[in-house]
Structures are given as C-alpha cells and as structure tokens.
Design a protein around this ligand. Structure first.
Ligand code: FAD
Length: 431
C-alpha cells in the first residue's frame, strides 16, 4: 500500500465541489491531513484593459455563496478551507512552512492568466513539495479521446462525432470515507462582499436566474429540472426561450466555477433516461455539454489566439472602437429594442439566455462592427456563468473569427419575431 504523506494542500480554483472531484479525491487518498485553500486575488476584481471590472458584483456574490457552501462540505470531511483575499504566493509559502506540507494538488488549467498564476506559485514552493495537477473540467477527458488536442477538428460536428463514436464519459469519483486526522484549527472567516469592494444587493425580481451559489443549490436545481418538473424531457423545444426559470437548465454558473461537474449532469441524464424515457431532448442536453467541451479543446489547441482580434481564423476585418456605440450597447440604449431588452437583463441580473447572447453579440460585432474583444470583456465582467473557453469561443464564433465555417450575421428583426413574437420579453425588461 502506498505510504501516506502527512499534510497536503488542495488549491481550489474552478473546481469548487466535494463530490466528483478528482483533485480532492487524489489528495485525500495520499494524505493524513488535507487543507483546502482558495485565493480571491485582487486581480479578480480589478479593471481590465477595456475599462470593465474583471468580476462584477453578480459573480462575486455567487462565488462567496459557493465558497461558504464548500467550506461546510469540507468541514464534514475534516478539511479546513482557508480563503485569502490576497495573492497566493506568500500565503502558500507560509502554510507550507507552518504545516510541513509535502504536496499541493490543483486542477490543471491552460489559459494564459491561469498558467502564469500556477507557474508563479510553483516557483515559490520549496523543492521538496510535490505538485500534482489534473484535468477535471471536461465531460470527455483529453486522455480518453482518440486524438491529441492539437488535432481537435475545426468544425463542431466532426468533433462531436469523434467523441460520440469513440470516447466514454468517466464514472463519478466516489468519495471513500477517509481517515483524515484532525483539521487545522483556524478562526478563519470568509471575506464579505463589502471587503471585495461591492455593496450588498438584492437581485432584480424579474430575473430568470434566482439561484444561489454552491453544490447544494446546484444539485437541487438538477433534481428540480430533471425529476420534479421533467423539464429535461422538453428541453429541445424550450431551450431557445427567453423568459422564466425552466426554458433551459441554468446549470452554467455552477459549471463555470466547478460546483457542479459535467459528468454529474451526464450521469443524471442517464438515470433519468433509465427511470423515465430517452428522447431528443435528453440527448440534446448532452449535445450542449459537448459544445462546452468543444470550446475547451479549441482553447487547448489554439492557446492565446482565442484572445486575439483576428481570432483562430486569422481573419482581418475592419473593427471599430466607437465608445458611444459601446456605451449604448452596454446600457441597453441601442437602436434595437430586442438587443436593449437583453442587455438590460444582463446589466440588472448577470444573466442572459443563449438566444439573447447570440443576438447581442452579432449586433455588436457584425452590425456595429465593434471590436468583439470589448464585448467579450463586458460579458466576462457581468456574466454569472463566465467561463473563459465558452465566452471567448462563442464570441469568436459569432464574430466570424472562430469555428463557424460560414460568416453569418443575425437578422435581428426576424429573430425578435420568432423568439419574442408577442414582445413579452421586451415588455418584461423595457417597460
Ligand atoms: C457570445 C456568447 C458568450 C457566451 N459566454 C458564455 C460563458 O461565459 N459561459 C458559459 O457557460 N456559456 C457561455 N455561452 C454559452 C451559452 O449561452 C450558455 O452556456 C447558456 O446560455 C447557459 O444557460 P444554461 O445553463 O441554461 O444552458 P442550457 O441550454 O441548459 O445548456 C446546458 C449546458 O450546456 C453548455 N452550453 C450550452 N450552450 C453552449 C454554448 N453555446 N457554448 C458552450 N457551452 C454551451 C453550458 O455548459 C450549459 O450550462 C455564451 C454564448 C454566447 C453566444
């Protein structure tokens, strides 16, 4: 049997859950004592190059709720969660020294900012501390697909077919009750929203997303959407909706910070199919989760090109930075009322439907021909579910510099007629 090391640190990032968490399981198996850490680094809340805060109040509050939930889940496993609202290096060095830590475990990332943070932190650790990193954010793990990520097909359909034909989704990692020795004692308190520079707020009562952060709320939502209401069974018909809780799953904010895994959703769909029925809708939710994987593989393959104006297609368009148009768009004061209703929803709630996102992004990049990275940065700031791969992947796609083989522009008038024919969505947000 493998000799257990004494104390390990699990450095949590966007994997804020206890169940189906490979990184945490690996640390627990190998250690007598585990300490969880999370860094709410100041850069998370600073202004970015286009003048928006990197994280606005919606995601900040959701994150604090998530950390609160994670802390109590970890407590039950005899693991303390220490949350610092400072940069990680100094804290990590001190923790390693105080608790004689022998290993650090974390989720493997590959986008620029994340890699820089990880590399910097690794450099500050003493040489005798081992670092273990694992991919754990996919539905289809890169080790289980038949191609290397550098060979990821450019077109989604080819990607999906290859996965569906030849790869399997891993089973959930079961948490073995581990004999962990006592947790480290701290009188540690989570930072408050005020300490992160925001005033507390109540969410606009018109929101389509009124859920809380954390695995508990995520699992309740899963149960509600699948089993209580059986909304899953009609998902394909409702997924382009704009109003209300159940037109789509609303899983994305939990998926984005890892308080829910794509595998957990997949295996719940399989359980639903077993218990009730399988139809196009039950399949379609898996189909959408494959889109999520697709953009992760695309960023793995293309690296920083996903942040460049010419995107991964290297297509040169004439882009504008007209600040008046940008402001009107962010404030929902453009010449188009369908765009405005969606943008006001985002501004007031941190949420927007997929249909809405496609339309406002197309209007920004294709109609107004504004630098798409500015629109993406605004989404990054505002969205509850901001995810670097999905956000930049979708923005490139809509802007004609990504994976769409056709260079399309949305006919907004027609879109509004189809998806908001009685204007109920526009009236909801504009009246
Ligand atoms: C311009 C633009 C920016 C976007 N930015 C983000 C982002 O930052 N974070 C994010 O999670 N999604 C993003 N999306 C994708 C999509 O709009 C959201 O995932 C979806 O609206 C979330 O709602 P839901 O969970 O109810 O989705 P559902 O329709 O219930 O789908 C289930 C899950 O499938 C995945 N999914 C669905 N559609 C997509 C898609 N087009 N691309 C990738 N994954 C998808 C999501 O994980 C989603 O939670 C963006 C789309 C566009 C057009």
């Amino acid at each position: 049997m493998q000799q257990k090391q004494n104390t390990s640190i699990v450095w949590f990032t966007d994997n804020l859950r206890v169940r189906d968490n490979f990184v945490l399981s690996a640390a627990m198996k190998a250690s007598r004592q585990v300490i969880g850490v999370y860094f709410l680094t100041p850069e998370k809340f600073n202004d970015t190059q286009f003048g928006f805060k990197k994280t606005e109040k919606f995601r900040a509050k959701f994150l604090l709720q998530t950390l609160n939930d994670l802390k109590s889940e970890l407590d039950a496993l005899n693991i303390s969660l220490l949350v610092f609202n400072t940069a990680g290096e100094k804290q990590m060095r001190e923790l390693v020294k105080i608790y004689d830590v022998k290993a650090v475990y974390h989720q493997k990332e590959w986008t620029d900012e994340e890699v820089k943070k990880i590399d910097f932190l690794k450099k500050t650790l003493p040489a005798n501390v081992s670092v273990h990193e694992y991919y754990d954010q996919f539905l289809f793990h890169p080790d289980d697909v038949t191609f290397h990520y550098s060979e990821t097909p450019k077109v989604f359909t080819q990607f999906r077919k290859q996965l569906e034909k030849k790869a399997l989704v891993r089973s959930l990692f079961s948490m073995q009750p581990q004999e962990l020795s006592s947790k480290v004692e701290t009188d540690f308190k989570l930072p408050t929203l005020e300490q992160l520079g925001f005033e507390d707020f109540e969410i606009d009562s018109r929101t389509a997303f009124s859920f809380k952060g954390g695995s508990k709320a995520a699992e309740q939502r899963l149960d509600h959407y699948f089993f209580k209401t059986q909304s899953l069974g009609v998902y394909k018909k409702t997924r382009n909706g704009l109003l209300g809780e159940n037109y789509s799953s609303k899983f994305s904010p939990w998926l984005a910070n890892g308080s829910l895994s794509a595998r957990q959703i997949y295996w719940k769909i399989k359980a639903f199919e077993e218990q009730f029925y399988a139809n196009q809708s039950t399949y379609w939710l898996i189909f959408e989760l494959i889109w999520r994987d697709f953009f992760k593989y695309i960023s793995l393959k293309n690296g920083n090109a996903i942040f460049k104006l010419d995107g991964i297609l290297n297509t040169v368009y004439g882009w504008s930075k007209n600040s008046k148009f940008i402001k009107e768009w962010t404030e929902g004061r453009t010449a188009n009322d369908f765009v405005n209703a969606n943008m006001i929803e985002l501004k007031n709630t941190g949420w927007m439907s997929n249909r809405g996102r496609q339309n406002v992004a197309s209007y920004f990049a294709k109609t107004l021909k504004l630098d798409w990275r500015i629109g993406a940065a605004y989404f990054e700031s505002m969205l509850l579910d901001y995810d670097v791969h999905s956000n930049y992947g979708n923005w490139m796609y809509v802007s004609g510099v990504g994976n769409d083989p056709r260079d399309r522009i949305f006919d907004l008038k027609r879109q509004a007629e189809i998806y908001d024919h009685d204007k109920s969505f526009r009236n909801h947000w504009l009246k």
